[in-house]
Design a protein around this ligand. Structure first.
Ligand code: AMP
Length: 275
């Protein structure tokens, strides 16, 4: 695997790389990330992984400083997954001066759910992803549905700005007990880690009820939120939405997703299930 820290070096390699798939990450790689790398390898001649902890997408008081950084272990995992190129710029390369130009995602989409809880988050995500696209010029880029709203924001960005990169969404990879893999799971104490799968279980209970015909979303959401609170969680939201635009569904809407964000101790976890 070639490791590039400079833009010019990555671009020179890209010139001979054929069809390129990019998998952007913030590092501290787990099997969810590696699944994206493997899928990327099936769909392209060359896989480029990027690792960059993007300050722009963290709010004040969020975990930018303590976000886990494990560069050596990450490199080994990418090598083992057959990734050809790693782009791992430091901040001086990505943001040699404070970023003045930003991609501002559409309101109504980026200011609900995660966007409401984390103002400016999707602006930071969209800005860094467009910048990575301009550096790597990938034919396709793969993202996890674990960050459901993120994929939607990025797919809409690609469509509305006529980008030539295809956005590919992949299913969430979970631990055996159902917990969605996440770098932030590292923050959980052993007791919290044992409790954490309840988030997925509550989503699954609600999804099963809707699949069985229930349409009383508000009552189902309230019951799930209460159950989490009873076990010490502080939910930000747990809500049934339409897949297409993440708005509140009408009774006739069928393609749905239930999404949640909740804090367990000091760790904020997100998850979702398509219904
Ligand atoms: P991150 O490093 O957290 O920014 O994630 C990088 C990419 O991996 C994003 O597209 C995430 O949605 C994706 N990802 C993170 N966790 C998972 C998971 N458990 N399953 C599938 N994809 C994931």
């Amino acid at each position: 695997m070639q490791i590039h820290t400079a833009i010019a070096s990555l671009r020179a390699a890209r010139a001979q790389a054929g069809r390129v798939a990019l998998v952007p990450t913030m590092g501290n790689l787990h099997d969810g990330h590696i699944a994206l790398m493997r899928e990327a390898a099936k769909r392209a001649d060359t896989v480029v992984a990027s690792i960059f902890v993007n300050r722009l997408q963290f709010g004040p008081g969020e975990d930018f400083g303590k976000y886990p950084r494990t560069p050596e272990a990450d490199r080994e995992k990418l090598e083992a997954a057959g990734v050809a190129h790693l782009f791992a710029p430091d901040e001086a390369v990505m943001y040699p001066r404070p970023q003045g130009y930003h991609i501002v995602p559409a309101t109504g989409q980026a200011d609900i759910l995660e966007g409401a809880c984390r103002p400016g988050h999707f602006r930071g995500v969209a800005t860094v992803v467009l910048k990575l696209f301009n550096i790597v010029a990938p034919d396709l880029a793969l993202f996890g549905k674990k960050d459901y709203q993120q994929v939607m924001v990025l797919a809409d960005m690609a469509r509305e700005l006529a980008l030539s990169t295809e956005i590919v969404a992949q299913d969430t990879i979970r631990a055996a007990d159902g917990l969605a893999l996440s770098s932030r799971n590292k923050y959980l104490s052993p007791a919290e880690r044992a409790e954490a799968p309840r988030l997925y279980r509550q989503l699954a209970v609600l999804a099963d009820a809707v699949r069985a015909g229930a349409r009383n979303y508000t009552a189902l959401e309230a019951a799930a939120i209460e159950e989490l609170q009873r076990h010490g969680w502080q939910p930000d939201y747990l809500t049934v939405r339409r897949r297409i635009d993440l708005q509140t569904p009408q009774r006739t809407d069928e393609a749905l997703v239930v999404l949640a964000a909740a804090r367990l101790g000091t760790t904020r976890l997100i998850d979702n299930i398509e219904i």
